[in-house]
Design a protein around this ligand. Sequence first.
Ligand code: DX5
Length: 235
Amino acid sequence: MTAAPILPIEIAPSVLPVDFSRLGDAVAELEAAGVDRIQWDVMDGQFVPNLTFGPAVIASARRHTSLPFEAHLMVLTPDVMAAEYVAAGCTRLIVHAEACLHLHRTLGNIASLGATGGVALNPATPASAVAHVLDLVDLVLVMTVNPGFGGQRYIATMERKIRQVRDMIDAAGLSDRVHVEVDGGIGPTTVTGAAAAGANVLVAGSALFTDPLGLAHAVSDLRTAAERARSGSGS
Ligand code: DX5
């Protein structure tokens, strides 16, 4: 089933490459550059080797932008601090299917906190892992790298999974409610494949912050390339 995605293309920068001593300015600069939301890569040093930030750091950046915040919880126990991430100003919590013994219950807990839930799938995890929770989420994140670090190479074989997830969402009649997000190695040369496969929310870190023409150019370039890919022009 190849129903055209209804939800718009969104650019959701990862703040992983940012100088953490100036997070407030960085999120304000990202807003000025035209991004749609901010993604906080929360890492616990257990589920992934790296260790980043907790709710207090996110809360400190909250007053510097009006953009929505989403927390990508690369943590072993997402239920434990979910309420704190919502209190810090995150309106979407993305948990990893691999970290949740009771994914359906975890997503219900997130909804009870007044946030929306997303499920992230590591490269080896099949799309079927979200088959019975699509009614509980507003986003499925298909990881296009193994989580833990920015600047990794895009795993192009994940495009088949992106298409599978998109088709599952379309078949469930949820195209207008559930986003397909991709994260990892997303940039000008990889966004076309991901968007053509059905992704509409693009997480990027390195590609945005290394564009010699600046953040606004990088954001606009990525959005245009994704929209072209979706419309099939591909050019
Ligand atoms: C992996 C991280 C990265 C980050 C984006 O755990 O989630 O994917 O957000 O990194 P880049 O865009 O540099 O690959």
